[in-house]
Design a protein around this ligand. Structure first.
Ligand code: GDP
Ligand code: MG
Length: 447
């Protein structure tokens, strides 16, 4: 995993929130300090860091958590959103026959990245022609040729031609139109007039669909300035950040480039040809924070926000007037929120990380059973669980294809949830009880 230490520190922050006794000013201050330290250590710009934590603080104090969500979960969500926010926009990248120009300074990883990209195109069934337009160093041409052989794609070079634009023109003529064309260019030690002129003349004959700047993560924050300079000089459609595997400054490079406005398309995570990953800010943050694939979940969370039913159920939950009907609403909204494992990974407070996949499946099956039993109840029963004695329990069991002990298990689960809701949900004893119930095949409490 890239940005390992940043991820670790941020995950520790989330754990602190999940385990803390209450979300109060003291915890918030501590959390803000921890996030600042983590981001600064990853070389994220000081001002950017302060703005981010300022927003976390303000939102935690001013915004109200959506119905059915605790303050704890809400704070985690805010942190997620704000960190997501400094990584820029999602952008699509199409693997179809297109013309791609790779630019950048010396040693940043252009040639290697050209090979990696070629491999991804080929894997998706698009044939690739690599053009060696780094005409100044014969070694660079050999390097690209070797990569082409490894990837199994076509290659064009002209070792006696000194003009890069001429090489590109001839290379284009050498490949059929259904090929994706990747052009590797020469770097310089700094962005200078010569480099810009060369890139512009190449641009003139290639008419690239993508002009991509390749940047080494070790540049840290200065990657942002570099991106801006190239953007102004030749225009960019995106950036690839390489060597994220070896750099402690990756956070700085990613956030600074995002701030420059150029979307980050890929990240290089190793020297090997397969080590190039699409950069999807949303998924990246989810992984960094150890939260699984959050996007879908967050969208559904959003849907829930406005749902009156869920609102009412959670009000009932708080006031203790929580009925089986409310329980059904809760379980249904759990169902809507997608897989239970995702849900648990979203709420670290529920002890995620310790629960294995088979237990999760069990829990999910259990929830489904509960829902079918609830569907077999009469309105009277849904409103007042106390009327469910032996005879009714038998009828509900029969109606839903279950056994009476399972109905009793549901009623017990309902009682525990109701009790937990009496403001003692954070009480460790109840939590243990719920967790025990869950590992015995009962369900975990709704958040
Ligand atoms: P260029 O001068 O911009 O064409 O850079 P090269 O492609 O020749 O790469 C320079 C060095 O960086 C080489 O030793 C590559 O193996 C290495 N490199 C490129 N990308 C990555 C990456 O994502 N991770 C690591 N660890 N090394 C990389
Ligand atoms: Mg090169």
């Amino acid at each position: 995993m890239v940005l390992d230490s940043l991820g670790k520190s941020l995950r520790a922050v989330l754990q602190k929130i999940a385990r803390g006794s209450a979300v109060d000013d003291a915890l918030l201050a501590e959390v803000v300090r921890d996030i600042q330290r983590a981001l600064l250590q990853a070389d994220v710009n000081v001002e950017l860091t302060l703005q981010l934590t300022e927003r976390v603080k303000r939102r935690a104090k001013e915004e109200k958590p959506p119905a059915g969500s605790s303050l704890r979960d809400f704070l985690i969500r805010i942190i997620y959103e704000e960190i997501r926010g400094i990584l820029g926009k999602d952008r699509t990248f199409e693997f179809r026959p297109r013309r791609i120009l790779l630019a950048g300074l010396f040693g940043q990883g252009k040639t290697t990245t050209a090979g990696k990209l070629a491999r991804q195109f080929q894997k998706k069934g698009v044939r690739v022609g690599l053009i060696a337009a780094d005409v100044h160093r014969p070694a660079a041409i050999d390097q690209l040729e070797q990569l082409a052989r490894k990837v199994g794609c076509e290659f064009y070079a002209n070792r006696s031609e000194r003009r890069a634009d001429a090489v590109v023109r001839d290379g284009l003529a050498a490949f059929p139109p259904h090929f994706a064309i990747l052009v590797d260019t020469a770097g310089r030690s700094a962005i200078d007039a010569e480099l810009i002129t060369e890139l512009k003349t190449i641009h003139g004959v290639l008419h690239p669909d993508e002009t991509i700047l390749v940047l080494d993560a070790a540049m840290g924050q200065s990657a942002g300035r570099s991106a801006k300079a190239f953007q102004e000089a030749v225009g960019l459609t995106g950036v690839i950040i390489t060597k994220l595997d070896g750099s402690a400054k990756g956070g700085g490079a990613l956030s600074a480039v995002a701030a420059s406005g150029a979307p980050i398309l890929f990240v290089g995570t190793g020297e090997h040809l397969d080590e190039l990953e699409r950069f999807d800010p949303t998924r990246f943050v989810s992984r960094l924070l150890g939260m699984g694939d959050l996007q879908t979940l967050l969208e559904r969370f959003e849907d829930l926000r406005g749902k009156e039913e869920a609102q009412k159920a959670s009000e009932h939950l708080m006031s203790g007037r929580f009925t089986l009907r409310d329980l059904r609403t809760q379980l249904n909204s759990l169902g809507q929120m997608g897989s239970f494992s995702k849900l648990l990974s979203f709420f670290p407070g529920l002890g995620s990380g310790k629960i294995d996949e088979s237990k999760l499946n069990e829990t999910q099956t259990q929830l489904k059973r509960y829902r079918t039993m609830l569907d077999s109840m009469t309105p009277g029963e849904l409103d007042d669980a106390t009327i469910i004695k032996s005879e009714r329990a038998h009828r509900i069991a029969r109606g839903s294809g279950h056994k009476p002990p399972e109905v009793r298990a549901l009623l017990k689960y309902y009682e525990t949830t109701k009790k937990a809701a009496h403001g003692i949900a954070s009480n460790r004893r109840i939590r243990r009880q719920l967790e025990r119930q869950m590992t015995q095949g009962g369900a975990s409490p709704p958040p």
